[in-house]
Structure formats: structure tokens, C-alpha cells
Unconditional design. Structure first.
Length: 50
């Protein structure tokens, strides 16, 4: 991973409809409907694979 981006305070990500539906499924089943928590979990999984 390119370390020059580690000092960023925020990022913007656009999701397609299919991804949003998958995130909502994770949010509903694992996070009591909290989409933000589902996004953090999925991002964490992705970063750990990198």
C-alpha cells in the first residue's frame, strides 16, 4: 500500500446499487441496521487482505 495516503483525514467512496444492498445485508444481520458499521467492517476486511 502506498504510504503517502496514510495522512489523509477523509476519503469519499461511491457504491453501486448492488454493493449498497450487500452492505445493507451485513448491516441488518451483524450491526442492527447500522450501515456505517457495516462499511467499516467491510473496509477493515479488505485492508487486511491487502
Amino acid at each position: 500500500m502506498d504510504e503517502k495516503f496514510l495522512d489523509m483525514e477523509a476519503v469519499s467512496i461511491e457504491f453501486d446499487e448492488e454493493t449498497l444492498e450487500a452492505l445493507d445485508d451485513v448491516a441488518f444481520t451483524d450491526h442492527r441496521g447500522n450501515r456505517s458499521a457495516a462499511i467499516r467492517e467491510c473496509l477493515d476486511r479488505w485492508l487486511k487482505r491487502k
